[in-house]
Ligand binder design. Structure first.
Ligand code: AP5
Ligand code: MG
Length: 190
């Protein structure tokens, strides 16, 4: 199995790009953000726990998302691999992922990082707010906290995966098609 990580700050285009990658490479897309939003919509206990944290732009506890990932790995068959979007987001999650994969003698195939400047994060999220109505896109304060959380907790993973020789970065500024072709140029190699 291949395990690709689509990395990048909020609004970088992870979800947008993932949809075409899953078809092209026969991958199963796992967005922890989307899974959590489904739990919230279903009114589950897990969703209730996650809601206030997501609405504040903070991360939910590592164990919650690690459990979600492991159960997707176990239940999804007949694909060439997985495309992780929004996971891992902390060094602890990256270490947990390595351990999970090591159980079956597997490892992360590659990290594809989509980078955009903070100002563009805000522009793209503002634009999406008018279309999708995501609760965590609604308030400036939440968006600022998501950006801060990204820099504080998630950006250190750039070094983590660079040290592991798995980090690949592309410039996320450009049209959706331009970014897509850069990502494919990278993923074709694996
Ligand atoms: P999550 O859902 O993962 O949100 P995020 O990381 O903040 O990322 P986004 O979904 O906002 O951005 P995206 O990169 O997918 O951009 P998109 O393609 O939509 O997480 C939400 C919350 O859940 C977190 O804050 C946290 O609380 C919790 N959570 C999730 N995972 C967790 C974890 N592992 N651990 C702990 N907590 C976790 O694009 C954005 C907009 O831009 C769209 O409108 C799109 O059409 C547009 N666009 C995209 N590309 C382009 C382009 N090239 N040019 C112009 N517009 C573009
Ligand atoms: Mg997304």
């Amino acid at each position: 199995m291949k395990y690709f990580i689509l990395f990048g700050p909020p609004g970088a285009g992870k979800g947008t790009q993932a949809s075409s990658m899953v078809e092209k490479y026969n991958l199963h897309h796992i967005s922890t953000g989307e899974l959590l939003r489904k739990e919230i919509a279903a009114g589950s206990e897990l969703g209730l726990k996650a809601k206030s944290l997501i609405d504040a732009g903070s991360l939910v506890p590592d164990e919650i998302v690690e459990g979600m990932i492991e159960s997707e790995f176990r239940s999804v068959k007949n694909v060439a691999g997985f495309l992780l979007d929004g996971f891992p987001r902390t060094t602890a999650q990256a270490e947990a992922l390595d351990k999970m994969l090591a159980k079956t003698g597997e490892e992360v195939t590659a990290v594809v990082s989509i980078m955009i400047p903070d100002e563009m994060i805000k522009e793209r999220i503002r634009h999406r707010a008018s279309i999708e109505g995501r609760a965590d896109d609604a308030k400036e304060e939440t968006i600022n906290n998501r950006i801060k959380t990204y820099h504080d907790k998630t950006e250190p993973l750039v070094g983590f995966y660079r040290n592991a020789g798995k980090y690949n970065e592309i410039d996320g500024v450009g049209t959706i098609d331009e970014v897509r072709s850069k990502i494919c140029g990278l993923m074709d190699k694996f």
